[in-house]
Design a protein around this ligand. Structure first.
Ligand code: SAM
Length: 286
């Protein structure tokens, strides 16, 4: 286990709240995360935001390869030191949201996994990036704020049900594995966290005609919470559908004009996006 305070002092690192730098210092939690990922030598692990490497070294000890994508140039020297004993770690000093994630493990013949104690300010965009990009992950283990874990697992009609719930549940199985107290970090965040596991599967994804359109529909539906689905879909620049076309589309799914996005199940979103895909002629790219 690396000594966080010692490393921060040695490299004179002032942690950035803006970059979500709350570093894990509890070895049991680190072990539980690596165990949850069931890491073995056949795995290529992508870690988003390795920080100074507390989780990275535990992953490297069991994985075939680890690609650690860290935005903050100031902490790279410390990360190089902590991971220096491993020849299977590649440090990539980049913004994950501007990284071609599919190319990272392109030459790897084994399985690919994603493990991250996510920087909280970009939790949703990072998760959506992996879900939307056809990234071939066998499983993803994310530490997120407790409330975000609730949103991921929420069902239609709940106040927490939103684009993230639909996106995650459409992609695969989602399970909240355990919660993590704020005491396990330096510095202590203002909220508690939870570790979730997403296991992508084809159950829903294979029935989506066009994945881009599916996610566009989901985003449009939740873009303004009080908006009816009819107005959200017909008002979206992504589709350029006339209101009457959108009305007919909803009617074909037995949905009335007043229905709102938060009432639709994952299956209904898929059915809706498939009709939009057919209507707008974008049926080729999945
Ligand atoms: N993995 C370490 C741990 O568990 O102790 C650090 C986790 S800390 C919550 C999040 C890390 O993500 C920070 O090191 C931060 O600099 C990094 N980060 C923030 N935004 C990022 C981005 N856009 N791309 C890559 N890394 C980012």
């Amino acid at each position: 286990m690396i000594n966080t305070n010692e490393i921060l002092k040695k490299y004179n690192i002032r942690l950035s709240k803006q970059l979500g730098q709350n570093f894990l210092t509890d070895i049991n939690i680190i072990r539980k995360i690596v165990d949850a990922a069931e890491i073995n030598g056949n795995d290529f692990v992508i870690e988003v935001g390795p920080g100074i490497g507390a989780l990275t070294v535990a992953l490297a000890g069991r994985a075939g390869k680890v690609a650690a994508v860290e935005i903050d140039r100031r902490i790279i020297p410390a990360l190089e030191e902590t991971t220096g004993g491993f020849n299977n770690v590649t440090i990539i000093n980049k913004d994950i949201l501007k990284t071609d994630i599919r190319s990272l493990a392109a030459d790897w013949d084994g399985t690919v996994k994603v493990v991250s104690n996510l920087p909280y300010y970009i939790t949703t965009p990072v998760i959506m990036l992996f879900l939307e990009s056809d990234f071939p992950a066998e499983r993803m283990i994310f530490m997120v704020q407790k409330e975000v874990a609730v949103r991921m697992t929420s069902k239609p009609g709940s106040k927490d049900y939103g684009a993230l719930s639909v996106g995650v549940q459409a992609a695969g199985d989602i399970k909240v594995l355990f919660t993590v107290s704020r005491q396990c970090f330096i510095p202590k965040p203002e909220v508690d966290s939870a570790v979730v596991r997403i296991t992508p599967n084809g159950k829903y994804l294979n029935s989506i005609i066009n994945k881009n359109i599916f996610f566009q529909c989901v985003r449009a539906a939740f873009s303004k919470r009080r908006k009816t689905l009819l107005n959200a879909i017909s008002g979206s620049n992504d589709f350029e559908l006339k209101k009457e076309e959108a009305r007919i589309m909803l009617a074909s799914l037995n949905l009335d004009d007043n229905v709102r996005g938060e009432e639709l199940s994952v299956e209904q979103f898929i059915a809706l996006s498939n009709i939009v895909a057919n209507l707008t002629g974008h049926i080729e790219a999945r």
